[in-house]
Design a protein. Structure first.
Length: 553
């Protein structure tokens, strides 16, 4: 029964969790604050809500300014829907107004206060973490960053500690948001939505974690495959724009093609940081704003979500207001003027030079992640993985042929087998960089992903059906801009009259499409074959995943 199945979709910013019978999931800030053992600097760790800034050198600032001016000129050379040419307002003109904007104290009844935990409280989970005083004796952990486990060298950053953070958050959500007694989890099943590019050792640990919590059986499903279920699209290129990563892959008949999978380690939070930089360029009136401060970081996210857009019909200066409601202080209201800053910020996903505020100019390999060979993470408990079977299969084929043909024939066969084995290896991160090492924009990354398909008919289908999901994709006009960029770049032999960008799945928030798809999966008859029971796990361990998971293990 669907009310006995819990769907879990963990993200870098939010955990989406709910019963398969629910219409929408609970969205819980995916963080935990744990009481410190001491105030020794070695025992202090505070993960930030927004990505940390790189050191802004003159060269870096000049490069970002050059990119900002370039995008600004592009917008000014565009036309509105009525045929009129757009016009822009320089940051210096906006600054003249913003420098005179003073805070206005508003109704003090809206004042908020710091959260004061009771002495016996050892941890706090979710949005309440943001209300903790900076002087509190709690460490703050976001267990997932950039779509991966947040492993680091500081306190609470070990693999064991990170898994414990995740378990604690999940159990808290199940108990407090789903109203389920944790002792009754042996009556429930769980569906875990995982990234399309996965680390098998980490997936094994997550499966163990679910059984440790008490679930009687589980299903693992890739988030892009779940998104195709949630949208009702059988053949689509899924583009998931999350808070801290963008993932792309082509899905056909519930299979995510390994050669098309790429994860770009930037997303909506990087857009927020770019937006903040643009606001500073035009004298943002709230001068005390600090991105390390949780209340200010939440404010910047809110301003981006409320005001940013890609609508060419809106141009010129506009007045926007916002309220600063910091704990133990009277709420104040600011008024500021902005113009094309509202468009340039989300366009940074297409013009990635604007993201150097958080990405910097180094460690490109850490920013671009692709699907490597299937045997990349050898596990002694599952030595018969796909790469091992492929290699032993080649050796057996050579032995059989050697008995009949001469050595030259054997060499030719080996070369053919090598070509097949190396199919995945040919897919590399350099495909997603320009010749000068700059990361390509979102539209080019989508084209690169589709181009790694081997079938021309399949490429044509993917070019003409792109599914846009993820919370950061909800910027008004974003889908239309992407559609126009893709249309301009599609190779002529794959073009049709329509390039369909699907970003409004009926009655489903783009951020919840994968979660909804996982719910739909559980209602299929074929899903019965995918359940891994606790008894299966105890008998076969990780090897059962090779038999049960609906993707190549």
């Amino acid at each position: 029964m669907s009310d006995k199945i819990i769907i879990i979709h963990p993200g870098s910013l939010y955990l989406r969790i709910g019963k398969a019978s629910d219409l929408n999931p609970e969205n819980i800030l995916n963080c935990i604050a744990r009481k410190r053992k001491s105030n020794d600097p070695k025992h202090v760790h505070m993960d930030s809500l927004l990505p940390p800034q790189v050191i802004k050198t003159k060269e870096l600032s000049a490069e970002m300014d050059e990119s900002r001016i370039s995008v600004s000129h592009l917008l000014q050379s565009s036309y509105q829907s009525d045929g009129r040419k757009r016009y822009g307002i320089s940051p210096q003109q906006l600054a003249q107004f913003n420098k005179r904007s003073l805070p206005e104290i508003i109704n003090s009844s809206q004042q908020t206060y710091w959260l004061t935990p009771k002495s016996n409280v050892n941890y706090i989970i979710g949005a309440d973490v943001l209300r903790l005083s900076p002087n509190s004796n709690f460490n703050v952990h976001f267990p997932i960053r950039r779509g991966e486990l947040n492993i680091h060298k500081n306190v609470g950053g070990s693999l064991t500690a990170t898994l414990e953070h995740i378990k604690c958050i999940w159990e808290f959500a199940i108990k407090n948001f789903l109203d389920i007694n944790l002792k009754e989890l042996n009556e429930y099943k769980a569906v875990l939505v995982i990234s399309d590019i996965y680390n098998r050792k980490r997936i094994k640990l997550m499966a163990e974690l679910l059984f440790e919590m008490g679930f009687k059986s589980i299903i693992l499903i890739q988030e892009h495959v779940a998104a195709s279920f949630g949208s009702g699209l059988n053949c689509t290129c899924v583009v998931d724009i999350g808070d801290q990563k963008i993932s792309i892959s082509c899905v056909e008949d519930a299979i995510s093609h390994p050669n098309t999978r790429v994860s770009l380690k930037f997303g909506g939070s990087d857009v927020t940081m770019t937006f903040f930089w643009l606001l500073q360029k035009c004298s943002f009136p709230y001068k005390e704003c600090q991105t390390q401060n949780y209340q200010d970081a939440a404010l910047l996210n809110h301003l981006k979500e409320q005001y940013c857009h890609i609508d060419l019909d809106i141009c010129g200066s506009q007045e926007k207001s916002f309220i600063i409601n910091r704990p133990d202080q009277s709420p104040v209201r600011y008024v500021l003027q902005v113009a094309d800053e509202l468009l340039i910020a989300p366009l940074s996903l297409f013009y990635t030079d604007l993201l150097k505020f958080t990405l910097g100019t180094t460690n490109r390999d850490k920013i671009i992640q692709i699907q490597k060979t299937l045997g990349q993470d050898f596990d002694s408990e599952d030595c018969y993985n796909a790469e091992f079977l492929r290699e032993t299969g080649r050796r057996n084929a050579k032995d059989q042929i050697e008995a009949t043909f001469n050595i030259n024939d054997v060499s030719n066969v080996d070369a053919e087998e090598d070509t097949e084995v190396d199919d995945l290896i040919k897919f590399n991160a350099n495909d997603f960089q320009t010749t000068n090492g700059q990361i390509i924009g979102l539209d080019s990354a989508i084209l690169q992903s589709i181009e790694h398909l081997s079938n021309d008919d399949l490429k044509k289908k993917m070019y003409n059906c792109i599914l846009l999901t993820g919370g950061a994709s909800k910027v008004p006009g974003f889908g239309k801009w992407l559609q126009n960029k893709i249309r301009q770049s599609i190779p002529p032999n794959y073009r049709t009259e329509n390039v369909d960008i699907v970003n409004t799945v009926k009655d489903v928030d783009p951020a919840n499409v994968s979660w909804r798809g996982a719910c739909l999966l559980t209602s299929l008859e074929t899903a019965e074959e995918l359940w891994i029971t606790k008894e299966d796990w105890q008998s076969y361990g990780v090897r059962i995943l090779r038999e049960k998971v609906p993707f190549i293990w």
